[in-house]
Design a protein around this ligand. Structure first.
Ligand code: GLU
Length: 485
């Protein structure tokens, strides 16, 4: 049974792909709801129609499902507190706007966009922070009625109390006091009858009985205005947890150009959902012990508010690569083959007829170096194709001459040729070749380096024994022959 007093929500605006910061908000909300035994709700905040992007909701649902975040209520699963899409709740917001007007906690503002622009420019010139100058705040009721009758367009603004203090409480930061002098008479309802985030999120969090709000700390500035609205309505507010900023490793803001912003980009590059979840969980949450590898199920149990901090989280992509490499190696070969197939096929390296066992052999010897699935093609193309080229000089080990190297290849060719295909296993190939070199008193590098390059054409690759094994006897001998001449 769910604890019905614990209800958290993820409330994205469908303005494009899912940002890694929003993913983190979704994850923390989800984890907290699960660790406290409550429900997790999806609410689509589509009140900013100008910024709305078609298909964004579907892509959002797809990504969240892919990483394993599940909702108990939402537009796609229903629930008792719907509709869960704000554009379908417009009459609700009208009702609550009217309540604020009746209570004298909100007012009509008829200022034209030209007037507001002029005001902003003046404030900027005087180096004052932008703030509505309350021009319409004191209009008489008659004046307001007359303007409405004349068909003048208007918005509804929040009436922030003059000269007082608002005390707010953030679960991570404790008490914060704001002076209302610094707060804007925020627009709550736009002229087209659509509310702003400010009104809609408060009304919905209340009506949907949200107990905790986890959101990015860019919303701290709206926090006192949210709390004033709760007070105006006479409602208790949920607990607020403003999650710390996420910076890139250089200490700057995340940027779309660096490609580190959208979860879809990470997915396309071949980061696994397990890695993304583990990585995002550590963006602002610290486990009690040194553990750093967490599955989603473990996180659901261990996550707690106590582990959250306020100092900015750093998006360390090397760490993500490390985690991804770890989760890649946890996959079965069959599972990994299915995951890598699209990346290999895109490069024309495999098709329906490619032997599955061979692909799995390639993966077995390459996965140690694989950090992102998209790298599989560049790591292993030479195993799939025989027509790769390389500079002959690459065969040369230390101060050997090219002739010596070729002679060594001829000699090792004979050894390999004499190995029975029944013994074609990595360990036995290794044992046989190494004992031959030892018996002869040869230095390993003088033979193994050129052998490895002959088989791969690469500076870096798996060991020659692994390459021999994966390629099989015939293809291996052909490659050595090609390097010998
Ligand atoms: N719709 C807001 C956003 O996408 C939600 C903020 C919140 O969680 O309250 O940023």
């Amino acid at each position: 049974m769910k604890n019905k007093d614990i209800r958290l929500r993820f409330a994205p605006s469908p303005t494009g792909f899912l940002h890694i910061g929003n993913m983190r908000s979704a994850l923390f909300g989800y984890l907290l709801s699960q660790s406290l035994g409550g429900s997790f709700i999806l609410r689509i905040e589509d009140t900013d129609q100008k910024r709305e992007v078609e298909g964004a909701v579907d892509s959002l649902l797809d990504v969240l499902d892919w990483v394993g975040i599940k909702f108990d209520e939402g537009p796609h699963v229903g629930g008792d507190y719907g509709p869960y899409i704000q554009s379908q709740r417009l009459d609700i917001y009208q009702k609550y706007t009217q309540e604020l007007l009746d209570k004298g906690q909100a007012y009509h503002c008829f200022c034209s966009s030209e007037r507001l622009e002029e005001m902003r420019q003046k404030q900027a010139a005087e180096k004052k922070p932008p703030k509505y100058d309350e021009y319409c705040r004191h209009l008489s009721r008659e004046a307001v009625e007359e303007k409405i009758k004349q068909g003048e367009s208007y918005v509804i603004r929040q009436k922030i109390p003059s000269n007082s203090c608002v005390e707010v409480y953030d679960e991570l930061r404790g008490k914060i006091v704001f002076n209302t002098r610094d707060l804007d008479d925020q627009v709550l309802m736009k002229s087209n009858g659509v509310p702003t985030y400010q009104l809609a999120s408060v009304v919905d969090d209340h009506l949907m009985k949200i107990s905790h709000v986890t959101r990015g700390d860019e919303w701290l500035a709206s926090f006192p205005k949210n709390i004033l609205l709760y007070q105006s309505f006479g409602w208790a507010s949920p607990k607020f947890i403003h999650l710390p900023l996420i910076l890139n490793k250089g200490g700057g803001k995340l940027s779309k150009r660096q490609g580190d912003v959208f979860v879809e980009d990470y997915r396309r590059k071949g980061y696994l959902p397990e890695a993304i979840i583990n990585f995002c969980a550590l963006l602002g949450w610290r486990p009690q012990d040194e553990q750093e590898l967490f599955t989603l199920d473990e996180l659901k149990e261990k996550f707690s508010i106590e582990g959250l901090g306020v100092s900015p989280a750093v998006l360390d992509l090397e760490k993500l690569d490390y985690l991804n490499g770890y989760y890649i190696r946890q996959k079965s070969l069959e599972g990994l083959r299915k995951l890598c197939y699209p990346y290999l096929s895109q490069e024309g390296l495999v098709n329906n007829e490619t032997d599955k066992d061979f692909i799995e052999k390639v993966l077995l010897i390459s996965r140690e170096r694989l950090k992102r699935l998209e790298d599989i093609a560049s790591l292993s193309f030479y195993l799939f194709r025989d027509d790769f080229v390389y500079e002959e000089e690459l065969l040369i080990w230390k101060d050997l001459s090219l002739d010596q190297v070729k002679n060594n290849l001829k000699e090792i060719y004979q050894v390999i040729d004499s190995i029975n295909e029944n013994a074609w296993q990595i360990e036995s190939l290794e044992k046989k070749i190494l004992s031959y070199l030892k018996d002869k008193g040869y230095k390993n590098g003088d033979f193994l380096w050129p052998l490895r390059v002959a088989l791969s054409g690469q500076k870096n690759s798996p060991s020659p024994f692994e390459l021999l094994w994966a390629l099989g006897k015939e293809r291996s001998l052909k490659r050595i022959e090609r390097a010998m001449i």
